[in-house]
Design a protein around this ligand. Structure first.
Ligand code: SAM
Ligand code: SF4
Length: 468
């Protein structure tokens, strides 16, 4: 496919929606917000109306609606995971990334399987059950065989007490062919994650000098190939700060709609990474289109209203205050205690600027994040149930849309959090967590509470991984 081949991203149409200068009267914006409150999502032109109306009164109404939709669909659950960087070798030269080929100051490293075992054991000892594996794109060192071996190794590592194990591995690696996606699926991964970085072709061309990643369309259609290969859950995203964030939001929605139309299910997750400083990465250190904190909150709220059943993932690129504010506005999954250099958990105390991909905004430990999540009124979840019980892709959406998924997620969140508190938490954190669980149970309907208490009872008696 050459650079002018049309794709499902209609740039002119998106620019047209954003350039519409007719002021949105408050009645029209109210109609969009009222529709969003029904939890049925928004069309592109409706999301564009919200993106254009950035006055303070509309923003307040937008935030209020996003809080209500988030609460109605996700309640107070927040799913936790940790990234695991396997290798920082890369043959690409993305202008925003510390792993770029031309960053000669980067100390390159690819974990051996023994080093990976050690990393995974450390994460398990902290209480993690879900990881996201990442690598740079290097045909030699980060080839698919290496990744598949790493997945097998990570799933096989168990702690001596039998409680520590990784139950779900999501993967964020360069796009594959359909046959290679089939091999990836066979390895038992959860979600395949890939960010388009920017959906704006001209910006994409500037940011990605010649190398495997320079092919915009190859990346854009990666999710089609993944779904065609039988992977059910895919996660999309844009690196915010490269181009107008409003364009990227509409393009992500167009991507979601395309997947829904072709495969009958939209993306499982949308990630919202904001550009962070990175070593020798010119575009990261002077973002071409910086996204202000207020606009960042607005875009998360608009995504929440536009695709209410798609999880929104926030990483430790953001600082603690911003993370806390975004839980209410739409974020449903967060990474915690993260390191972005290969081997980062084994050598967490050292300064690894010369091995890490970008700087972190939130450097708190998993336990500190958990305490803060509880104090904010949310319940941390280590649940991996849906994927392991086959509730993925369209099956997941069929449960999610009528609101039935909560009947599984809420009890599973409590039982997996109680596992964490029992097996890993300090007495102080355990006390905070037990109060959090009690408050959560008190808010539940009678049948949901009974179902949850049955799981809680089993965990207290020593059973683990009790899913419903
Ligand atoms: N190398 C693969 C790729 O590019 O798709 C795998 C993922 S890469 C390790 C993870 C993601 O980090 C990239 O897709 C990019 O969006 C993000 N990233 C790179 N540089 C960043 C920066 N300076 N700040 C924030 N995120 C960044
Ligand atoms: Fe390599 Fe990915 Fe970084 Fe680009 S974003 S330089 S492909 S690791």
């Amino acid at each position: 496919m050459n650079t002018t081949t049309p794709t499902f991203i209609d740039q002119a149409a998106i620019d047209g929606l954003l350039a519409n200068t007719i002021p949105s009267d408050s009645g029209a914006v109210d109609a969009v917000i009222d529709k969003a409150l029904e939890g049925k999502g928004l069309e592109l032109h409706e999301a564009a109306r919200l993106l254009r109306a950035d006055d303070a009164a509309t923003t307040e109404r937008l935030f209020d609606a996003a809080r209500r939709v988030k609460q109605a669909i996700y309640g107070r659950r927040l799913v936790l995971f940790a990234p695991v960087y396997l290798s920082n070798y890369c043959s690409n030269n993305c202008l925003y990334c510390g792993f770029r080929r031309d960053n000669k100051a980067m100390k390159r490293r690819a974990l051996t399987m023994d080093e990976l075992r050690h990393e995974i054991a450390l994460l398990e000892q902290q209480g993690h059950k879900r990881i996201l594996m990442l690598t740079g794109e290097d045909r030699g060192r980060s080839a698919l065989d290496y990744l598949l071996e790493a997945i097998e190794v990570a799933y096989s590592v168990k702690t001596a007490d039998g409680h520590g194990e990784i139950r779900r591995i999501n993967v964020e690696i360069a796009p594959l062919s359909v046959p290679d996606f089939k091999r990836l699926k066979a390895s038992g991964i959860g979600t395949y994650v890939l960010f388009q970085e920017t959906y704006h072709r001209e910006t994409y061309a500037v940011m990605h000098p010649p190398g495997p990643k320079a092919d915009y369309a190859n990346r854009l259609y990666a999710m089609d190939r993944a779904l065609e290969a039988g992977l059910h859950d895919v996660g999309i995203g844009a690196l915010l700060g490269l181009h107008d964030y409003r364009f990227e939001v509409l393009a992500m929605l167009a991507h979601a709609r395309h997947l829904d139309q072709v495969f009958g299910t939209g993306p499982h997750t949308i990630s919202v990474p904001r550009l962070e400083a990175a070593q020798n990465a010119p575009a990261a250190n002077t973002a071409p289109h910086p996204v202000s904190d207020l606009n960042f909150k607005r875009l998360v709220a608009i995504l929440r209203l536009a695709v209410p059943y798609t999880g929104i993932i926030l990483s430790t690129r953001e600082k603690a205050d911003m993370r806390n504010a975004l839980f209410a506005l739409g974020v449903s999954q967060i990474s915690a205690g993260s390191r972005t250099n290969p081997g980062g958990y084994s050598e967490a105390t050292a300064n690894h600027e010369d091995e890490q991909q970008f700087a972190l905004g939130d450097t708190r430990s998993l336990e500190e994040v958990i305490r803060s999540v509880c104090e904010e009124g949310y319940i941390p979840s280590f649940c991996t149930g849906c994927y392991r019980l086959g509730r993925t892709g369209a099956d997941f959406m069929d449960l999610a849309k009528p609101g039935d998924i909560k009947t599984h997620c809420d009890p599973n969140a409590v039982s997996t959090f109680l596992e964490y508190l029992t097996d890993y938490a300090t007495p102080e954190t355990r006390a905070i967590g037990e109060r959090c669980i009690a408050a959560f149970l008190a808010e539940m309907s009678e049948p949901a509470r009974r179902r949850t208490e049955a799981l809680v009872e089993r965990v207290r008696k020593g059973e683990r991984d009790v899913l419903c």
